[in-house]
Design a protein around this ligand. Structure first.
Ligand code: TGC
Ligand code: FAD
Length: 394
């Protein structure tokens, strides 16, 4: 099916030449899906503050859930550059669509694959891969965001089951989720992961309303009031805070790529507009001040594309450290937000409408620069790595 969406992705340093044929096939097929299915409807969903369930289910059909999970568990068995390129294209559609894919893949399928029992893997992974069931990830609490190590959600051992009490807040996919990966401390204060299922008595899923950002994404609370969780729902192969952090590494990696997708689209839209819009008898792209915005945006996009490619190579080779990912997430999201803010101005008043995607991306990026570790926390992670001194706490 042909599409009327205009998109000429910038590739100033021929980064495409660094990709394999498989990478390009994967990227182009997701790009085509985004053009065909997401672009025509996504502004309306954002305006209505409504979750596009059909698109979220569609992510399963195109293989965007668990691209790097082995095929025997329903994944696509692709490498990490393919995973990154999928996230790049999805986020060009909307950060909410990429969020749904990130959470399902990195925060739900990954912990079940990495820390789950064989029975848990067989039970959940194939259905998560197709989108038959949707998952969410509960780490953040009302009083513990950047500092999840101080969480107060607790499990109490009652023999063949646990009792779970507490609450999680700001959870993507919270109300549409059939299962939730929930992180809680046991009686010894050790962080453990549990798989909760919708409808367990005492487990409530509640929507967070009135967001100005990620309006096409489901965000909400998970509340646990004396929830009886069978021990078979504990992730047996992980203990401690590094469990959720390992999941975050995978999701943050995807965000580093996704942010580049947004910046690429903002650049493409603004360049085209600058050549079509005339003021003072000239296209506005003829004025030096507008060229400065476009040239600086392209320079930053090019640097971020190369950073992602190298990050992907390191991840494929097993040499990628969580500190590499923090640097890339922080840099690329900030870059995309700066690019979106600058290039929205190229569109003048038209830039504030939903006729163009830039303002929506800009508002979404305010969440993206906050979740998965804030801009400042990622700076402190780099500071910790280079000095050996953690500045997060006294
Ligand atoms: P700290 O004492 O440094 O570490 C505790 C243990 O964890 C290990 N570790 C890691 N392991 C793997 N990967 C990482 N990135 C790791 N970072 C730390 C560490 O080695 C240690 O292990 P061990 O064996 O010695 O116990 O932890 P801390 O409590 O001092 O915290 C440090 C800090 C601030 C960097 C960390 O807490 C942090 O990253 N905070 C940000 C919280 C965050 O990112 N939350 C995200 C919630 S999920 C979300 O936002 C989903 S949005 C999804 C979407 O819609 O796309
Ligand atoms: P706080 O931790 O209260 O931070 C407030 C400010 O203080 C920030 O600027 C921060 O950088 C700064 N700050 C904090 N500590 C320090 C320090 N030591 N030094 C310097 N500055 C500091 N969480 C989940 O678990 N699952 C999800 O699916 C999920 N989805 C989300 C979806 C959306 C749309 C949003 C907005 C958030 C989501 N989150 C999710 C939560 C997100 O991860 C947290 O919002 C984030 O980690 C920051 O926590 P906080 O909002 O409590 O801010």
């Amino acid at each position: 099916m042909t599409t009327t969406v205009q998109y000429n992705p910038p590739d100033y340093f021929l980064v495409d030449e660094l990709l394999t044929e498989e990478h390009k096939i994967v990227r182009d097929s997701v790009r085509e899906w985004v053009n065909r299915e997401v672009k025509p409807v996504i502004e309306e969903y954002n305006q209505k503050h409504e979750v596009p369930i059909k698109l979220i289910k569609g992510l399963g059909e195109i293989g965007a859930f668990g691209p790097f999970i082995p095929q025997e568990y329903g994944g696509a068995g692709l490498d990490y550059i393919s995973y990154g390129l999928i996230m790049q294209e999805l986020e060009r559609g909307d950060s909410g669509i990429r969020s749904a894919a990130s959470v399902q893949t990195s925060l739900v399928m990954y912990p079940i694959y990495e820390f789950g029992s064989e029975e848990q893997k067989r039970k959940y992974l194939p259905k998560l891969a197709t989108g038959e069931i949707i998952g969410c990830f509960g780490l953040t609490e009302p009083n513990h965001g950047s500092d999840p190590g101080s969480m107060t959600t607790r499990i109490y051992d009652k023999g063949d089951y646990y009792i779970l009490n507490g609450a999680k807040m700001w959870i993507t996919n919270a109300t549409i989720a059939d299962i939730a990966i929930v992180w809680a401390k046991d009686e010894k204060g050790i962080v453990r992961g549990l798989i909760l299922e919708k409808g367990m008595p005492g487990f409530t899923q509640k929507e967070t309303l009135n967001k100005w950002s990620l309006r096409a994404s489901d965000t909400g609370e998970l509340i646990f009031d004396e929830v009886k969780v069978p021990k078979s729902h504990l992730l047996p192969n992980i203990e401690g805070l590094k469990g959720p952090f390992m999941c975050l590494n995978s999701a943050r990696y995807g965000i580093a790529w996704g942010a580049v997708g947004i910046a690429m689209e903002c650049y493409d839209v603004a360049l085209r507009y600058s050549l079509e819009r005339y003021q003072f008898g000239k296209p506005i792209g003829a004025f030096q001040l507008q060229q400065k915005k476009l040239a600086e945006a392209l320079t930053e996009i090019t640097k971020a594309q190369l950073l992602c490619w190298r990050l992907g190579v390191l991840k494929n080779e097993g040499k990628c450290k969580h500190t590499h990912i923090s640097m890339a997430k922080r840099n690329n999201v900030h870059m995309a937000l700066t690019v979106a803010r600058e290039l929205r101005q190229v569109l003048g008043a038209m830039g504030i409408t939903s006729d163009y995607p830039i303002m929506r991306h800009m508002m979404n990026l305010e969440s993206v620069i906050t979740y998965e570790g804030t801009h400042d926390i990622h700076l402190l992670i780099t500071g910790h790595d280079i000095t050996g001194i953690p500045a997060y706490r006294q």
